[in-house]
Design a protein around this ligand. Structure first.
Ligand SMILES: [Zn+2]
Ligand SMILES: [Zn+2]
Length: 213
């Protein structure tokens, strides 16, 4: 069985995203995904609620602002405090039963964690569709994952519905959270997809522009 999952999506519970729970599932299905991870900024309410309310496979998660940059926790249903050291943040994610992903480690202007990633992490997000600059940050994330021998995953970091699924992780797992997590830890996963397409980028910018008119 293969699970096709966008492992990094923000919803309206993130404040900076406009994706409603309904849109999340609508676009995930439309793009042929079989799972999606909700990783709102320092917030777990939305992820918990959405995971319970839909029959689509939603992996509850969080994107924690650690002292040195963002860290995604997958299968985390308790709030991990912000501004802890990366090591402690990873420990807390593990204690909560989750896995820690070094998301967009080399992206500019985004609270990237860069050189603070250690082998204690469970995976590196090598493809992040929202990354800037996409090419060089993807290359550096790949080198990092290889040097630390960590599994590679992908997600869009979508804050706008149509972006969902532009990147995704193919996971050799059964369609349930435990199986997906186990497969990622064991490296039975493959990051695929690319940056947000140009037309979508324009639409996205236009949406922000309209909001401030
Ligand atoms: Zn981030
Ligand atoms: Zn994010």
């Amino acid at each position: 069985m293969e699970v096709k999952a966008d492992l990094h999506v923000h919803t309206v519970y993130s404040n900076d995203s406009v994706i409603t729970p309904k849109e999340l599932v609508f676009y995930a299905r439309k793009r042929g995904l079989t799972a999606v991870a909700v990783t709102d900024h320092n917030q777990i309410e939305g992820a918990r609620k959405i995971a319970k309310e839909t029959d689509f496979l939603v992996i509850p998660g969080i994107e924690v602002s650690s002292l040195n940059g963002h860290i995604v926790g997958l299968n985390v249903e308790e709030l991990i405090p912000r501004k802890l050291s990366p090591q402690e943040t990873v420990d807390r994610i593990h204690q909560a039963g989750g896995i820690a992903v070094a998301c967009h480690p080399f992206v500019l202007f985004k609270g990237s964690i860069g050189k603070h990633v250690t082998a204690k992490f469970d995976a590196v997000e090598t493809i992040n569709s929202s990354a800037f600059p996409f090419r060089s940050s993807t290359e550096r994330a790949n080198e990092l994952a290889e040097r630390l021998r960590l599994p590679k995953v992908a997600g869009t970091d979508a804050h706008y519905g149509p972006v969902i699924g532009q990147a995704y992780t193919l996971i050799d797992a059964e369609p349930n959270v435990d199986s997906v997590l186990k497969a990622i830890i064991n490296g039975r996963c493959q990051p695929l997809g690319g940056p947000i397409s140009f037309p979508l980028r324009i639409q996205n910018q236009f949406r922000f522009f309209k909001k401030y008119l």
